[in-house]
Design a protein around this ligand. Structure first.
Ligand code: F6R
Length: 264
């Protein structure tokens, strides 16, 4: 596990964009797992800038998003389809046929749909690099606390904390979705490489539990301790409750010296 500590949000976005751009340059046909949420907005701006400056080509990249609200059409302003289109896809050259986002408008036969999403990931050769944010309760994707660490893409009932976090984005009086379609923790752990971004004080407890706490279904992101190639990219506020910050700095220095490829 690599823990990279940056001063602020901007430092996190810049480094994340560099890591993703480096991965696309090494493998232009990269299969990239994507996330939504406020943490990702600045990162997508950086990637768009790199693309517009001519230094990042997504024409062969294949993408799979982690999750989508159940019951929202792709055009709903709070849908993750809409988020991805507005913040990323409409500005870059990912081909429409290479974009995969779980369909929130499915009704019935949920298991068959979720199995087909897993099958599409396998058919693409698996995810090379999975980007993650983290919820205040430690969720990754919409794998809420108590999710099975072996879970696959499925429907998930959203926790009270997540409902509260999300309700402010919906119009007054509009009921926000209570369920989502999400890749499972088992699905995420199969990605070859994982990059988790966290910024801001509200994430500090979840980050510390995920990196330094026990592996438990009570904190979904703690399952990442089982992954052989995971990088946490954190700003100072999100890293505030970590007890081993000095060690992470030294690991980073030695990584830069001995295996710099890991950082590009
Ligand atoms: C979204 C997702 C979620 C978010 C998490 C953090 O696709 O998978 O796990 O990454 O809820 O959201 P923000 O960044 O809005 O705090």
């Amino acid at each position: 596990m690599l823990v990279i500590l940056k001063r602020d949000n901007e430092g996190v976005n810049e480094q994340a964009a560099q890591l993703i751009a480096g991965s696309v340059k090494k493998k232009p046909s990269l299969t990239l797992g994507l996330a939504t949420g406020s943490t990702m907005v600045g990162l997508y701006q950086h990637l768009v800038r790199l693309h517009k400056s001519g230094s990042l080509d997504f024409s062969r990249v294949v993408t799979f998003n982690l999750d989508e609200y159940l019951g929202l059409s792709a055009t709903h302003p709070q849908s993750f389809h809409h988020f991805m289109h507005e913040h990323f896809f409409r500005h870059v050259n990912v081909l429409a046929r290479n974009i995969h986002i779980p369909d929130g408008s499915i009704r019935g036969d949920y298991d068959a749909y979720c199995a087909s999403y897993e099958q599409a990931i396998r058919a693409a050769g698996g995810i090379d690099l999975q980007l993650l944010g983290i919820g205040r309760n430690g969720h990754i994707g919409f794998n809420e606390p108590t999710s099975s660490l072996a879970s696959r893409t499925r429907l998930k009932v959203l926790s009270r904390e997540t409902l509260d976090d999300n309700s402010k984005f919906f119009a007054p009086g509009e009921e926000s979705p209570r369920c989502a379609v999400t890749m499972g923790i088992g699905t995420i752990l199969e990605a070859r490489k994982v990059l988790l971004l966290a910024t801001g004080a509200s994430k500090a407890a979840a980050v510390a539990k995920s990196i330094e706490g026990p592996i438990t279904s009570g904190v979904s992101a703690s399952a990442l301790q089982l992954h052989p190639d995971v990088t946490f990219l954190l700003d100072e506020l999100a890293a505030a409750q970590l007890t081993q910050r000095d060690y992470y700095h030294r690991v980073l220095e030695m990584t830069a010296l001995l295996t710099p490829d890991r950082l590009s």
